[in-house]
Design a protein around this ligand. Structure first.
Ligand code: ZN
Length: 158
């Protein structure tokens, strides 16, 4: 989940409320490209995030291999009643952990991982650059050799 999505939802909710207060029956809001930003026709269920925020979502169900149908959001930790035992949200994995220490550890683990990925990427970039440099040096040597051969054949400098 990006940061933009919840903010956009909040703005849409505000626009919808304002329109409804002025007497309009809002069923959907579209942007200039015609994409639906807000759709009021599909019934939404009120869920609570493990950190206690209220979110209205279109319920999504999935079937397990053994035939049990489950609610995806409930499986992710959302509840239908306000949670009594609040769990901190983790920006690193976009989920919730039991304790703030676990969140901190998750954030640190990700930043370490990202740092090692960056190091690896710059190492590879450096290697590529060196290979290119070698190729260019070899090509220059070849051109030099060919030029000399040509000059010897023509008997003049080119
Ligand atoms: Zn996490």
């Amino acid at each position: 989940m990006s940061l933009i999505t919840p903010l956009r939802k909040e703005i849409m909710q505000d626009i919808k409320q304002e329109l409804e207060q002025s007497g309009a029956a809002v069923t959907e809001i579209r942007d200039k490209q015609g994409r639906i930003l807000f759709n009021n026709r599909i019934p939404r269920t009120r869920y609570f995030t493990p950190d206690g925020r209220e979110e209205f979502k279109i319920p999504q169900h999935r079937e397990r291999r053994d035939g049990v149908v489950y609610d995806i959001f409930i499986a992710q930790g959302y509840t239908l009643t306000p949670p009594t035992n609040l769990k901190p949200y983790c920006p690193s994995c976009d989920m919730w952990h039991d304790t703030q220490e676990e969140v901190d550890a998750c954030v640190e683990k990700k930043s370490k991982f990202m740092a090692s990925m960056n190091r690896k990427a710059s190492r590879e970039l450096l290697k590529e650059r060196k290979e290119k440099d070698t190729q260019i040096t070899n090509l220059e040597a070849k051109v030099d050799k060919l030029t000399k051969l040509l000059e010897a054949k023509l008997g003049e400098k080119i």
